[in-house]
Design a protein around this ligand. Structure first.
Ligand code: HGY
Ligand code: MN
Ligand code: MN
Length: 402
């Protein structure tokens, strides 16, 4: 089989799985998502992998023994109107790297498995890393199954609509001995330093909260400003205070309010309710904890001054994660053997590796992102750099599995 090209396969998958608006929006268990997963399943089968979906919608393709598994891959879902490479590159590159090893050296001494995690972004349901968390058995199904998306569809229904029936622990694995994920950097450091590969050292601490403000609906025309319980105004003041405080903390703290909703969300009604997301990240877990406490204080102070009430709910709270030193050395050695320009780099983005790190040693490889842009249709990486990543991953997996 002639060498398949990563960028061509990614283009094909993105083309066939675009939504009606022509965007790359592969929310988990949507039709777009299923088209991409089905294409990947056919690709894995064409490459000669033992291929199957598990009960959580993760797609697996493996060669070698049924134990001592070296796993590689990333997520198949995307944000709304996202880019072509976030997640998908890690799946396609893994499939091509494993296929090249299979053709050159036959079956490995260990299990060598490619995975397309069903969900990572947390964009449809208020639950991130569904795919990797089901694999390590870190899902309290009774709490999660009734979570709904914005259309009120429960997670359990969305899964069943695509033929997956999840039950507690049905996707859990305990044979994974190492996990290596290749991913676009989603930042501008590698490009700025003219590097071809990033050897990832760790992933930032990453917390996500859901904040709700409960005020009182009232008439926009007849309610004097001093008599309002304006949830919308509170949200605005809190958001402005949070960003001001984060700027005072300075880099590398980042905090984002990316999603907001008012109710009844009408121009002539004082907002009774406001809900918004709060995403905060830092390389240092203690500083991140301190910022979380300050954020809660800001919410308390402003809501009590405005005589409204609030909920401050944790969606997830992940400490900083560090990559396995031996795997980092293997990736570094591969870069030196192949004469590739590389540097050590920290990840400001969250990845499935941070979840797998709870049960096995993990390593990550980055390829540069043009202009550092990601979570955006303009996301791009030169085809030659995508291919370079495949050959570094291939050499690292050869070292780990053969
Ligand atoms: O938000 C993130 O860091 C990742 O893209 N889910
Ligand atoms: Mn992402
Ligand atoms: Mn990603």
């Amino acid at each position: 089989m002639a060498d398949l090209e990563v960028s061509k396969i990614i283009d094909e998958i993105c083309e066939l799985s675009k939504n009606d608006a022509g965007e790359i929006t592969r929310f988990p268990f949507s039709e777009s998502w299923m088209k991409a997963q089905t294409y990947l399943k056919e690709l894995f089968e064409k490459l000669g992998f033992d291929t199957y979906f598990d009960c959580a919608g993760n797609l697996h393709g493996r060669i070698g023994t049924q134990s001592d598994t070296i796993m590689t891959g990333s997520h198949a879902d995307t944000v709304r109107n996202g880019g072509k490479y976030d997640g998908l590159y890690g799946v396609v590159a893994a499939a091509l790297a494993v296929s090249k090893l299979y053709r050159k050296y036959g079956a490995p001494k260990k299990g060598l498995e490619v995975i397309a995690f069903s969900e990572e972004e947390g964009t449809r349901f208020p639950f991130n890393f569904w795919g990797s968390k089901t694999l390590i058995g870190d899902v309290e199904w009774d709490k999660v199954k009734c979570l709904t998306d914005k259309e009120g569809i429960r997670m359990v229904e969305a899964l069943e609509n695509q033929g997956f029936s999840y039950s507690n622990g049905c996707a859990k694995r305990d044979d994974i001995k190492a996990f290596v994920e290749i991913h676009i950097e989603q930042g501008g450091v590698l490009e700025a330093k003219n590097m071809e590969i990033g050897v990832v050292t760790g992933i930032v601490g990453y917390k996500k909260f859901n904040i709700e403000i409960f005020g009182e609906a009232n008439h926009a025309g007849t309610t004097p400003m001093g008599f309002r319980k304006d949830a919308g105004f509170c949200a605005g003041v809190i958001i402005s205070e949070l960003i001001k405080r984060a700027r005072e903390y300075g880099d590398p703290l980042v905090t984002t309010i990316g999603q907001i909703e008012f109710s009844p969300n009408l121009a002539n009604v004082v907002p009774a309710y406001a809900q918004f997301s709060l995403d905060m990240r830092h390389t240092d877990g203690d500083i991140l904890n301190r910022f979380q406490e300050e954020a809660l204080e800001i919410v308390k102070k402003i809501t009590s001054a405005e005589k409204v009430t609030y909920n401050f709910t944790t969606v997830f709270d992940d400490k900083p994660v560090y990559m396995d030193k031996d795997i980092m050395d293997i990736i570094t050695k591969a870069c030196e053997n192949q004469g590739v320009k590389y540097m050590a780099i920290h990840s400001g983005a969250g990845h499935d590796s941070q979840i797998l790190a709870r049960i096995a040693p993990v390593g990550m490889i980055f390829v540069p992102s043009k202009n550092g842009v990601s979570h955006n249709p303009a996301e791009f990486t030169e085809p030659e750099l995508l291919e370079k990543g495949v050959s570094i991953l291939e050499e690292a997996l050869h070292k780990l599995a053969y």
